[in-house]
Design a protein around this ligand. Structure first.
Ligand SMILES: *Cc1c(COP(=O)(O)O)cnc(C)c1O
Length: 231
């Protein structure tokens, strides 16, 4: 078996164990394989091992991989910072966007989503670590942004996403994820939308803490594909 297939099995085992410890069913946590910086060949190996959902941070790179795999039935998620002049290719080639942090981006994605495709599935990204992170809306603005996304015709509001400040301390990791979970519960009770079911949180080094706090999608790159080389 390839390293990637081995690593996928190991990550699935971590997810199962973490879900079990949290008293959750393992299939309530979806694995998003983050393939940014890795070649198409790596995506194909993971797909052959059964992985369906892939995450990308860079528009051009993600569109190329989505197009090259269009016959394989994979699901492409955009998870990186999104500038308003780059929304069109994202609206045309991805199924999900996890990184909507302002209304203008949401409006453009809705206007540019092709009629032939299902609505784009949206998570609002929230900055739960204050100054430590620049991406995401302020927690106080999340409810209004969610309501705006929910009102747009070609978008489906699915939930919240966060990338907390990196920490080696499981208690600190869990506290940041708990803030997102609490915000999610508040917004869910005010909006009461059945589609609002997703907490996108947890990466290679902190997926256990995220699952303990209710993550429904974990976004895993390094633990599947190896250390990235940005050179
Ligand atoms: C790169 C990235 C990931 C994956 O991080 P790893 O630590 O490699 O698992 C997850 N989410 C986002 C938004 C990313 O940019």
């Amino acid at each position: 078996m390839s390293d990637i297939a081995d690593n996928l099995q190991a990550v699935q085992a971590r997810i199962r164990l973490a879900a079990d410890r949290a008293g959750r069913l393992p299939d309530t946590v979806r694995l998003l394989a983050v393939s940014k910086t890795w070649p198409l060949a790596s995506v194909l190996i993971a797909a052959a091992a059964g992985q369906r959902a892939f995450g990308e941070n860079y528009v051009q790179e993600g569109v190329e991989k989505a197009q090259a795999t269009s016959t394989l039935g994979l699901e492409w998620h955009f998870i990186g910072p999104l500038q308003s002049n780059k929304t069109r290719p994202v609206a045309e080639h991805f199924s999900w966007v996890h990184s909507v942090d302002r209304e203008k981006i949401a409006e453009r994605l809705s206007a540019q989503r092709p009629e032939a495709l299902p609505p784009l599935q949206i998570c609002v990204q929230v900055n739960v670590s204050g100054e430590a992170s620049k991406s995401g809306c302020a927690p106080a603005d999340a409810a209004a942004l969610c309501a705006a996304v929910a009102s747009l015709p070609r978008l489906t509001l699915r939930g919240l996403m966060a990338i907390p400040e990196a920490s080696d301390d499981p208690a600190a990791q869990q506290a940041a994820f708990a803030r997102l979970r609490e915000l999610f519960a508040d917004i869910r009770s005010t909006l009461s939308l059945p589609s609002f079911d997703t907490l996108s949180m947890g990466m290679s080094h902190d997926l256990e803490a995220a699952i303990a706090e209710g993550a429904t999608i974990v976004r895993i790159g390094t633990a599947i594909f190896g250390e990235r080389n940005y050179a």
